[in-house]
Design a protein around this ligand. Structure first.
Ligand code: MN
Ligand code: MN
Length: 461
């Protein structure tokens, strides 16, 4: 054998996905990404993603799951978890004692949440006070157009949905930053300290009501909110208002190979796992799709992945077949579908080039996340990695390996550990992202498409 032949047979030679994509796949990829971009324009919060998923699932023949429901192979059900997260299933031909194939993504993203008592006036400018949600770089949030998305429950118990800043005729909101001329002290601070949490106050307006009185700018804003939404100031106490980047998702690059949007993490995996489920024929194993909330703050709370709502949902499915939940879990597999950090040539010092995911190389399989000696990681076993590897290769899905940066550079986690805690074999996989957790994140269309194909293959495994 020549060295070249040896190299070919023994060594890996990863290829850019565009080198192997067929014309038909390329057309399918473009169509898929168009649908994904429409979804992203409609869904910027977990509430909006859940509402979209309920409506879309119903349109595709899914029924709301209720305890005691009779279920047979091919039935499609969903559980709307209080409007904040959703679980869906297509019942398989094999009993649930054989386990389910689960894909779990999250639909919350880092943002600014409005405080319970937010509205005030200072220097004749009306503001909303915020508390950031999830891991953000605070300096990235001033001077960009912002929108409000959320819900307000009024004193009388009725509620109203609020969206300001997305319609072309809407005003947008903004946080101000210091002019460079007067930023001598600010510029000496670290990036973490240059803008602090209590400076992320959102400008609501500057025009006072005419006449006598104090805080007339604030009063005018409250009047406008009252006219439009029928709310009074105390209604902020029972509200969930999220400040997110305003505007639609865009193609990025002259070749249009990238998509720029707020909140790819992790709606890019959420869409990848729900789309193939919607139109699925009866799978062998029951296919379960989870769109969870609160991942960005530790998967806590009633809508997070640590919540027993998952057991509640799965138990109803198992009860319909007289199967023990623990047996179902023991035989199940979960793809924890979450994004990875794409290699960024602008910051080579934080990556291990040989083990990092790269744009356009396909869905990124992540053996472990965590930090400092794999702390907090759900470290997938060789056997679990083998299951994913063979499943994806048999289905012709382009995949690559991923780790979260250099050893001891930082780290992070996903819902994987909480699924593994339940005695479910779990592997992390998802779309590589540039500028993760920034107001606008970047993903490649090819990786989005491959991640959807990966979820489909896992459901059908
Ligand atoms: Mn994520
Ligand atoms: Mn995240």
């Amino acid at each position: 054998m020549t060295n070249e032949e040896l190299r070919e047979s023994l060594l890996m030679s990863p290829k850019n996905g565009y080198a192997v994509l067929t014309d038909a796949q390329r057309a399918e990829m473009e169509d898929y990404c168009k649908r994904y971009m429409t979804f992203m324009d409609l869904c910027k919060t977990e509430r909006e993603a859940t509402a979209w998923a309920v409506a879309t699932a119903e349109a595709n023949g899914f029924k709301a799951l209720t305890p005691g429901m009779e279920l047979k192979a091919g039935d499609k059900v969903y559980y709307d978890n209080r409007g904040k997260s959703i679980l869906l299933a297509v019942i398989g031909s094999e009993p649930l004692s054989e386990g389910a194939n689960i894909c779990a993504a999250h639909v919350d993203s880092p943002r600014l949440d409005v405080k319970p008592n937010p509205l005030y006036e200072d220097g004749e400018i009306a503001y909303l006070k915020t508390h950031y949600y999830g891991g953000i770089k605070k300096y990235q949030w001033p001077t960009i157009p912002l929108a409000i998305h959320g819900v307000i429950c009024r004193k009388d118990g009725s509620s109203v949905t609020v969206t300001i800043g997305e319609d072309d005729t809407d005003p947008v909101l903004m946080v101000s930053d210091l002019l460079p001329h007067l930023a001598a002290d600010q510029m000496k601070k670290t990036l973490a300290e240059g803008i602090v949490g209590e400076q992320l106050n959102v400008i609501m307006g500057t025009a006072p009501l005419t006449g006598e009185g104090t805080d007339l700018v604030k009063l005018n804003i409250m009047k406008l909110l009252n006219e439009k939404y029928g709310i009074i100031e105390s209604d902020f106490l029972s509200a969930e208002l999220c400040i997110v980047p305003a505007g639609k998702c865009r193609e990025v690059g002259l070749d249009r190979s990238l998509i720029g949007a707020y909140g790819h993490d992790d709606r890019v995996c959420a869409f990848a796992e729900i789309e193939p489920l919607l139109t699925m024929d009866t799978p062998t194993h029951t296919a379960v799709c989870i769109l969870a909330d609160k991942e960005e703050i530790g998967s806590v709370g009633i809508s997070g992945m640590k919540s027993k709502v998952f057991e509640y949902f799965m138990e109803i499915l198992c009860d319909s077949q007289n199967v023990k939940l623990s047996q179902c879990f023991a035989n199940s597999f979960c793809l924890s579908a979450d994004v990875s950090n794409a290699y960024d040539p602008n910051f080579p010092e934080v990556h291990d080039r040989r083990n990092n995911s790269i744009l356009n190389y396909g869905v990124a399989i992540c053996k472990y996340t965590g930090s400092r000696g794999k702390g907090g990681a759900s470290d997938a076993s060789a056997e679990a990695m083998s299951h994913v590897r063979t499943t994806l290769e048999n289905a012709g899905v382009l995949w690559q390996i991923a780790t979260l940066g250099k050893v001891d550079q930082g780290g992070g986690g996903t819902v994987a550990a909480y699924m593994a805690d339940r005695n479910i074999v779990t592997v992390d996989a998802g779309v590589p992202v540039l500028s993760m957790h920034a107001p606008i994140e970047l993903v490649s269309k090819l990786d989005c498409y491959m991640t959807m194909l990966a979820c489909k293959a896992i459901y059908l495994a």
